[in-house]
Design a protein around this ligand. Structure first.
Ligand code: LMR
Length: 330
């Protein structure tokens, strides 16, 4: 009898432990991105992991998958809606299937510098744009900077005429497509993970990206010229799925949001530093010549690319474009 009781007690204890273990099972957030770890987004994601795990005492665990290891940028949002990945921070150019308004950020020569970008993103209109993907089951949690885009190419680009007929890889954005068509070049939408090989094999002639991406993915080793055009913005929106977000407790949501806000501030600092340091490293490498534009040359790029705004005015909204442009005033 005693033996039976002891066995029953042991069984009960095991069951209780099992139930406790189940209850204590941490929530796992898979965060997928396409860039190297030593970039603003890579570092932000790693910081986010550290802070979430610290603030939740391990109740929420973040697994970060860099370098398109888990999903490329063409698949990650679909995968998120299927529950195969829980967070990502795609470039704002990659949301065209989910909303029209974020295309604003692709308009060439819209923002003069990152301070203007900040002013607009923190404004009521800028913040409201984060919810533009919610009808599709996604939640925009915040913006992250990378920085201004530069044009890299197999030949020197000083005036728009120089780009005529060249093939440029672009992100999946119609505005970017129109931007390259405006200079009579041929844009090709390709995932980020393919860019290096496309450049190396000369399947394409050029691409546009931030200094940190050109450096960390070694594009500068296979592109002899980089024009410091600062013609557009490469920024990100951190997104999650409604399904994941609503499945968390209020406390977990607050802890995660706090961790995210802190890691975004950190990532933005990294972005500002990398825009200077990575450009410097490229210049020192001697692999790629950095071309600075004279004000007259730059004015030519502005003149041919600016009409793209008109093409997308109705889709994005003229007031929104005006508000973003006004952010340059300070
Ligand atoms: C690109 O595809 O060029 C960028 O969006 C990559 C990134 O996420 O910075």
């Amino acid at each position: 009898m005693q033996r039976i009781l002891a066995l029953a007690a042991a069984g009960l204890a095991a069951l209780t432990l099992y139930a406790l273990a189940l209850a204590d099972e941490p929530v796992v957030i898979k965060f997928s991105h396409v860039v190297a770890e030593n970039t603003p987004k890579g570092q932000m994601a790693n910081k986010f992991k550290e802070l979430v795990e610290e603030k939740t005492g391990g109740a929420v665990v973040v697994e970060v998958y860099p370098n398109s290891q888990l999903f490329g940028d063409d698949k990650v949002l679909e995968a998120m809606l299927l529950g195969d990945v829980h967070m990502a921070a795609p470039a704002l150019s990659k949301f065209s299937r989910y909303t029209d308004v974020l295309a604003l950020y692709d308009l060439p020569f819209l923002f003069e510098d990152m301070d203007a970008v900040d002013r607009f993103q923190q404004s009521e209109q800028g913040q409201a744009m984060l919810s533009s993907v919610s009808k599709k089951g996604l939640i925009g949690l915040g913006y992250l900077h990378n920085g201004m885009k530069q044009l890299s190419s197999s030949k020197p680009l000083r005036v728009p005429e120089d780009a005529k007929g060249l093939k440029f890889r672009i992100m999946s954005s119609e505005v970017l497509e129109a931007q390259f068509e405006a200079i009579d070049a041929a844009p090709l939408k390709k995932p980020f993970s393919e860019v290096f090989t496309l450049l190396q094999t000369r399947a394409i002639d050029g691409q546009e990206n931030s200094w940190s991406n050109i450096y960390s993915k070694k594009f500068f080793e296979v592109q002899p010229y980089i024009t410091e055009s600062n013609h557009g913005l490469l920024d990100y929106m951190v997104v999650t799925s409604k399904e994941l977000w609503m499945g968390l407790s209020d406390e977990q949501r607050a802890q995660i949001k706090e961790a995210l806000d802190e890691s975004l501030a950190f990532g933005n600092e990294v972005a500002a530093q990398k825009a200077i340091e990575d450009k410097q490293k490229i210049a020192e490498s001697g692999r790629s010549e950095i071309i600075e534009l004279t004000p007259a040359q730059r004015a030519q790029w502005v003149e041919v690319m600016r009409p793209v705004w008109k093409q997308f005015e109705m889709e994005i909204g003229p007031e929104l474009i005006e508000a973003a442009y006004q952010a340059n005033e300070g």
